[in-house]
Design a protein around this ligand. Structure first.
Ligand SMILES: [Cu+2]
Length: 411
């Protein structure tokens, strides 16, 4: 027991000594630790300095890369082989039926606007000149473009103020049939006549055809008046202009005082609306490539030809189109998707904004109707043909030997 006690005491003393010793040794340890810390801090500082230097290097590399990209962009935009198109958005008088002229909004004075035909992989430069009184924009419907080209239009990004110009640049990556028109933030302009076709030919054509025909279907709503007097009662019918989207529920017309003062001889004014209700005194012209029947030139084929028809619905209504005597072989729908196996239809319903590419074989000579099955779209004042109706014709005679097929639209 005594030994135990002794041991305990010894242990206690030893502990005391140890405690006092460690207390005495504390400054030395602290110095040691401080020294380590200091060393580590120095190291950290060095590392931080290195990192900052690295960041600086990275930043300058990024700056260099951005400069290079910028230079490359400038180089590309100045590329000699860029396919360049100029669209002038402006008010124009457009004749639909003979003697019936409509004040519209157009590209380059025409409905439809000029076709944009390029080849897959082309660098495309489209210069839009806004000669209208309202802002406008462009959508390249169906084409995958960078945000700077196809995003919601904004200042410096595709929104073009009156009297301004904007350059849209992109690489046409998809082959197929597309179309252009103002973006939906300008919902009336398309209805008033602003649209056109974009055809991107493939680099390598999978199947040959002899003719390449683009047909754009649209309707043009119009109210009498605005010219200063060629149509009966025109001067008494004053059309009020509203800005795009400013007055929901009202029709929007192409122009205002301008229509009254310019005497372009038009007797109608194009009218658009977004509510679905039809304003009174509106007439609708149904058009193929800007013209109604019977003013549409016949489509002339030759026996044995294969014909590519690109059907585009640029209007607000669905169009059930039918070609008699032939099968329509659908090769593509809404751009680029080469459908396999191809499907055959006798009637094709084009919903608004649909593009359907069909091939036909001219193997049944005669005079054929290519028209909308909706009577109100293919008649005028109760008579066929009017509106969306045209003739496809060819004789028994084959094309003369040595005579090349008509339009090989490869550029
Ligand atoms: Cu569109």
């Amino acid at each position: 027991m005594n030994r135990d006690l002794k041991n305990k005491c010894a242990f206690f003393l030893a502990s005391l000594v140890a405690v006092s010793f460690s207390a005495a040794a504390q400054p030395a340890f602290a110095e040691l630790i401080d020294g380590d810390l200091a060393e580590e801090q120095v190291k950290e500082k060095e590392e931080m300095r290195d990192m900052r230097k690295e960041m600086g290097d990275i930043n300058s590399t990024i700056d260099d890369a951005m400069d290079e990209l910028d230079a490359l962009g400038k180089k590309i935009s100045n590329r000699q082989n860029a396919k360049e198109f100029h669209l002038f958005a402006r008010e124009s008088d457009w004749e639909t039926y003979k003697g019936s002229t409509v004040r519209c909004l157009t590209y380059n004075g025409k409905i439809p606007g000029p076709p944009i035909t390029v080849t897959e992989g082309d660098f495309v430069k489209i210069v839009l000149h806004n000669q209208m009184k309202t802002p406008t924009s462009l959508q390249f419907h169906g084409l995958i473009t960078p945000h700077t080209v196809g995003g919601i239009p904004r200042t410096g990004g595709g929104l073009v103020a009156p009297n301004e110009t904007f350059v849209y640049q992109f690489i046409a990556k998809q082959a197929g049939t597309f179309w252009y028109h103002p973006q939906l933030v300008h919902p009336n302009q398309k209805q008033l006549g602003m649209f056109g076709a974009i055809v991107v030919n493939p680099k390598v054509r999978s199947r040959p055809y002899d003719q390449d025909i683009t047909l754009i279907f649209s309707e043009l709503r119009k109210t009498p008046g605005g010219s200063g007097g060629t149509a009966g009662g025109a001067t008494t019918h004053r059309v009020t202009a509203t800005r795009a989207g400013a007055t929901p529920g009202r029709s929007t017309t192409v122009s205002s005082e301008d229509v009254q003062t310019k005497s372009g001889g038009h007797n109608y004014t194009a009218t658009a609306w977004t509510t679905g209700s039809t304003p009174p005194d509106v007439e609708t012209d149904y058009l193929i490539n800007g013209r109604p029947a019977p003013g549409i030139a016949p489509i002339e084929l030759r026996k044995g030809q294969r014909v590519r028809m690109r059907l585009i619905n640029a209007g607000q209504e669905s169009v059930p189109i039918q070609l008699s005597g032939h099968k329509l072989e659908i090769v593509s729908q809404n751009g680029g998707d080469r459908l396999e196996p191809h499907v055959y239809r006798d009637t094709i319903c084009l919903f608004p904004s649909d593009r359907v590419d069909v091939d036909i074989t001219a193997d049944n000579p005669g005079v054929w109707s290519f028209a909308s099955e909706s009577a109100h779209q293919s008649t005028h004042k109760g008579r066929f043909p009017g509106g969306m109706a045209c003739v496809v014709r060819y004789s028994e005679l084959k094309g003369r030997p040595g005579q090349p097929p008509m339009t090989e639209m490869e550029q």
